[in-house]
Design a binder for this molecule. Structure first.
Ligand code: PMV
Length: 326
């Protein structure tokens, strides 16, 4: 019997962000988060377990980067333990977008790895179990397992910290126009950055208010109030970066071009175009807009020479595919 499987998973963008861990190794978050999956930022991963292999062979985007490989092997070990399997694996993984620039390639990467590796090992797991396993590879990856609009409840143990779908991908026609201002790789990964959260004097205040914020955003999504939703997600992104900027050592992820887009978003809004931004650990910026206004935004973005864009609609979560990479 072949022990090979492939999976495709979307990256996701969080509207309420995950930042800071209660438990480093289990990746239990300090707070819950809310996101959508993105249909045009995808990772495909093929995994095959082979009795003949002496060691794991891992190729990510055509390369063998040591720190990435170590993290993947750790994740394979977790899955091998659950499946009671000791074969080594061949893993090939490709993104259809640039990685390590703040586009959450670790979310799509670990979600697709989780689904492909568990299926290849013969496990048939529930969405909840897959989300729990994906979380241990990269926190945000747990949100790339379920469909559409997703909530990750923080939980208080490994078995209670997972993501579930709150609405399907067709629920609300909002668009995330990813605006790539530079493909320069970030120096500090989010995994490293997360460990600094507690050093910011503002982190405690953030946690005091975050439950209310989550309740508020869920209400705004429920009634599809785009204006208040947009305002809230922009404030949330800036709050996250206020925590990062005031960490010790400080985390400065923005480039001058990032700030330029933020100012343009303000200008466009003043001119009556309702668009809002959100941003993760990187220089690239996500512009959130209702589909009916997308063409107007694209017209404006075409005037900004130095940017490339990727248009994303809300998407399904991770799924198996027969299109194997080897
Ligand atoms: O899953 P990680 O460790 O790559 O952290 C993701 C952190 C943010 O992207 C900044 C926020 C989020 O919720 O996706």
């Amino acid at each position: 019997m072949s022990m090979k499987a492939s999976a495709v998973a979307p990256a996701n963008i969080a509207f309420i962000k995950y930042w800071g861990k209660k438990d480093e190794s289990l990746r239990l978050p300090e707070n819950g988060s809310i996101s959508i999956n993105l249909n045009n930022l995808q990772t495909t991963t093929t995994v095959e377990f082979l009795p003949s292999l002496q060691k794991d062979s891992i190729i990510i985007n055509g390369q063998q980067n040591l720190s990435e490989i170590e993290r993947v092997i750790k994740h394979l070990d977790l899955i091998r333990k659950i499946a009671k399997l000791d074969y080594k694996a061949k893993v090939v993984s490709v993104n259809n977008f640039p990685s390590s620039v703040g586009l959450s390639s670790s979310s799509s990467g670990f979600a697709s790895l989780t689904l492909a590796a568990t299926a290849a090992s013969g496990l048939k797991l529930s969405e909840k179990k897959l989300s729990i396993i994906a979380r241990q590879g990269s926190g945000s990856a747990c949100r790339s397992i379920p469909n559409g609009f997703v909530e990750w409840r923080k939980g208080n143990s490994s078995g209670t910290s997972y993501a579930r779908s709150i609405y399907s991908q067709d629920y609300w026609d909002i668009v995330d126009v990813v605006t790539i201002v530079s493909v320069k790789k970030k120096i500090i990964s989010s995994t490293q950055g997360q460990t600094l959260a507690k050093t910011s004097p503002f982190f405690k205040t953030r946690l005091l208010n975050i439950e209310d914020k989550i309740a508020k955003i869920k209400k705004l999504i429920a009634v599809k109030n785009f204006s208040d939703f947009g305002k809230l997600i922009e404030e949330e992104a800036l709050e996250l970066h206020a925590v990062m900027l005031t960490s010790s050592p400080p985390l400065i992820y923005w480039l001058p071009e990032t700030l330029k887009i933020m100012r343009l978003v303000e200008d466009w809004r003043r001119q009556g175009l309702e668009v809002f931004f959100t941003i993760n650990t990187g220089q690239d910026i996500h512009l959130i807009i209702e589909n009916k206004n997308l063409d107007r935004l694209i017209k404006q973005l075409k005037k900004v020479k130095e940017v490339k864009i990727i248009i994303n609609h809300p998407a399904k979560g991770a799924r198996l595919t027969d299109n194997h990479l080897f």
